[in-house]
Write a protein that binds this ligand. Structure first.
Ligand code: ARG
Length: 705
């Protein structure tokens, strides 16, 4: 009986135990460390992170400012997601060499393709600088004053880092909304070349239909190589550069995992807001998500039409479409999950608890008493401003590429490198498509603007007086007359300011005017949100809180685990509730949805999958199937894409690439029961490279255990 109770208790602990948390690398507490060990991690803390000796930390990179990656060979080979390499793959694609559609494999070092905008950062170390920063802020400073002091001290600290090592750079980041500050030091390598990409019908299988959802069969990976100069130091691209030799590279395991086995991710989660007030969540739903979903819906349908017209247009807009639709669908998912999981009500309860706790000892805890009222006040007072601001950003700043370019130039204080910026921006623009986007979003803005103060003035007047109220005619005129809509002529212009008589320039000034109206909100929301977080942490002082994601390197631990509840809108029912998908469900989706572009396959992929001859070393020993994607309880978010997923021995078992629909409220509140990390199994990756593409030269570089 005693044994039974013990086992029962253990089970309860296990199911109630949250794998929530994105823990700061190099700053793990003993408590966290012992949890890692109890779950099955066999690496010592030193093997995980060390400033002296090579550790797993050294195999992880931040990629390009938006993703993560993991170094897997002594010659600097790096795995990341297909959707992280997507832009680069698109850049090298043409209708004739369609690497998006057919995939890409460099058969030699010489064939590896450089990418102007890509870089990787290696994390060197992280130092706590909280006292230096907070010590410099007077107690009565408001948000604005505090921000400028924080900026100044951070800059001083960054200057003090030793930069004699090449490519060293550093950054000060706020943690716990500014209750703590850490300085992180990185080494940047800028020559990162594309080595391998699977065909899109593998790398993006399921497309937008399956995005943010389980069950999944996407082989979401691509392969790059980091290059260095002859001394292994960072260097700009040069054909004389050589493969980089890392301090440490990850070994790959084909041993797999099982329900309950250890899993951890190491990578760069971008942003979460887990301590946000109930008012803040409500505001996010109404002024960010609703707006983003509505405006992007308008834009995406125009791009979708255009992309169906030709291969050239499909390739040209592939990456822009994917990144816009990613958070379009996210916005819907986050709002849906916030409602379904009653997140606001839960937060309100926590806030009531805080108020009660504060009332119990007003002398010590008095500073928390007014915080909720201040927050409520802030979000009520600023509702229209926040709504208008996001509507403006979605409609104009990130709406039409051409108009957005004009706006961004207007907002810059320096006017150098104009042609360089033109070259970058105009690489993937179809003027006719852009015009449709601009027209639709302009009208949409005017229709949805939440208050007269944010309304445009000159444009509507001009449309009324000169075009009889017809916006289409006005936009025709704009795109006919403006130099910005004629890339060839634009190439002859030296500086942006030469164009201050251009009709698009003038329109942008009007639009910018409406932004100044929505720019300023009133009230110190940051101070109050931070105070709320401090109160909750103080009230629950036994609980160890991790800081929100802020694009610094984090570890998240957990287990391989299915979800009990998974509606499984697509695919096999049993796979929806299993933690791993198989080739059968891949083919089912394809065969049962012949009209869905997202499940379409190029003939060689279909033939290969149908034949189902995969190398025995990639077959899962437990299920006797090729494992495609799998689930863990790791706590991840955007930016983690491409993060290595490791087993208890620190061997690579997969790459994290997505989260699940049921718990898409996760950036604001982690759900212990429902939240999962979706990863692509490394054996699926290897089989595609090896069995489908015969990329032996890459497989040979890996250390496979
Ligand atoms: N949801 C994934 C993420 O944010 C991106 C997956 C890309 N796939 C797609 N269909 N757009 O990391």
């Amino acid at each position: 009986m005693r044994k039974f109770t013990f086992v029962l208790l253990l089970c309860l602990c296990l199911t109630a135990r949250a794998d929530e948390g994105m823990w700061v690398m190099g700053n793990l507490s003993e408590k966290t460390d012992s949890i890692l060990r109890s779950l099955g991690l066999e690496l010592t803390p030193e093997e995980l992170y060390s400033t002296e000796n090579p550790s797993l930390n050294d195999a992880i990179v931040q990629l390009g400012g938006f993703c993560s990656g993991v170094v897997v060979s002594p010659d600097g080979l790096m795995f990341t997601n297909h959707h992280c390499g997507f832009d680069a793959i698109q850049d090298h694609s043409t209708p004739k060499h369609d690497y998006l559609k057919n995939g890409f494999f460099a058969k030699s070092f010489e064939e590896e393709l450089p990418n102007e905008d890509l870089f990787v950062l290696f994390h060197i170390k992280t130092v706590d600088v909280t006292d230096l920063i907070l010590g410099a802020i007077p107690a009565d400073a408001n948000d604005l004053q505090a921000d400028s002091i924080i900026d100044a001290v951070s800059r001083r600290l960054i200057e003090m880092v030793d930069y004699s090592g090449k490519g060293i750079e550093s950054e000060v980041n706020a943690f716990y909304k500014g209750s703590k500050y850490y300085l992180s030091v990185y080494q940047r390598y800028e020559d990162v070349r594309l080595v391998y990409a699977p065909p899109q019908c593998l790398g993006k299988y399921g497309g937008d239909t399956d995005n943010w959802m389980w069950p999944r069969q996407t082989c979401d990976f691509s392969v790059f190589r980091i290059y260095a100069d002859k001394d292994n130091n960072p260097a700009e691209y040069s054909k004389d550069n050589v493969p980089y030799h890392p301090r440490k590279y990850a070994h790959v395991s084909t041993q797999g995992y099982y329900d309950g086995s250890y899993a951890m991710t190491l990578g760069y989660p971008g942003s979460t807001d887990r301590y946000l007030s109930s008012y803040g969540i409500e505001s996010t739903m109404r002024t960010i998500n609703d707006v983003r979903y509505q405006v992007r819906g308008v834009k995406l349908s125009i791009l979708d039409e255009a992309m169906k017209q030709s291969d050239a247009l499909r390739i040209m807009y592939a990456s822009k479409y994917a990144s816009s639709s990613n958070y379009w669908k996210f916005s819907l998912g986050q709002n849906t999950a916030l409602d379904n999981l009653h997140v606001i009500a839960e937060k309100q309860q926590l806030e009531r608890d805080l108020m009660q706790w504060a009332q119990e000892d007003t002398l010590a805890r008095g500073r928390y008493i007014g915080v909720l009222d201040s927050l409520q006040q802030f979000y009520t007072d600023n509702y229209e401003t926040l709504y208008g601001r996001n509507l403006w950003i979605e409609s104009f700043y990130s709406g039409s590429d051409i108009f957005g370019f004009v706006l961004r130039n207007l907002m810059r204080s320096r006017d150098d490198d104009f042609q360089e910026r033109v070259a970058k921006q105009y690489r993937d623009i179809d003027v006719a498509t852009d015009k449709k986007v601009f027209l639709a979003l302009l009208q949409n803005y005017i229709q949805h603007v939440p208050h007269e103060r944010f309304q445009l003035t000159d444009i509507p007047q001009e449309v009324d007086s000169l075009y009889g109220g017809d916006y289409a005619r006005y936009v025709d005129y704009l795109y006919e007359k403006s130099v910005f809509a004629h890339p060839e002529e634009l190439k002859k212009v030296h500086t942006f300011d030469e164009l201050n008589e251009d009709p698009m320039y003038l329109a942008a000034i009007d639009v910018l005017g409406s932004f100044f109206a929505v720019w300023g909100w009133h009230g110190d929301v940051e101070t109050h949100e931070r105070l709320l977080g401090e109160g909750i942490r103080e009230m629950n002082h036994d609980h160890e809180y991790y800081p929100d994601a802020n694009f610094t390197m984090r570890l998240s631990y957990g287990l391989c685990k299915p979800i009990d509840f998974a509606p499984g809108t697509t695919g096999l029912k049993e796979e929806a509730t299993s933690m791993m998908t198989t080739p059968r469900s891949f083919l089912n989706k394809h065969e049962q949805n012949p009209d869905n572009y997202d499940y379409r396959l190029i003939p060689p992929v279909y033939k290969w999958m149908k034949k189902g001859k995969f190398s025995p070393q990639y077959i899962d020993k437990r299920t006797h199937q090729l494992p495609l994607c799998f689930l863990t309880t790791n706590d991840i978010t955007g930016g983690n894409s491409g993060s290595g997923m490791f087993d208890g021995k620190g061997r690579l078992i997969g790459l994290a690439f997505d989260g699940n629909w049921e718990a898409m409220s996760g950036d604001l509140k982690f759900d212990n029961a429902l939240q999962r990390c979706i990863g692509v199994d490394i054996r699926w990756v290897l089989s595609v490279m090896d069995d489908y593409s015969h990329a032996k030269r890459l497989i040979k570089e890996l250390t496979i255990e």
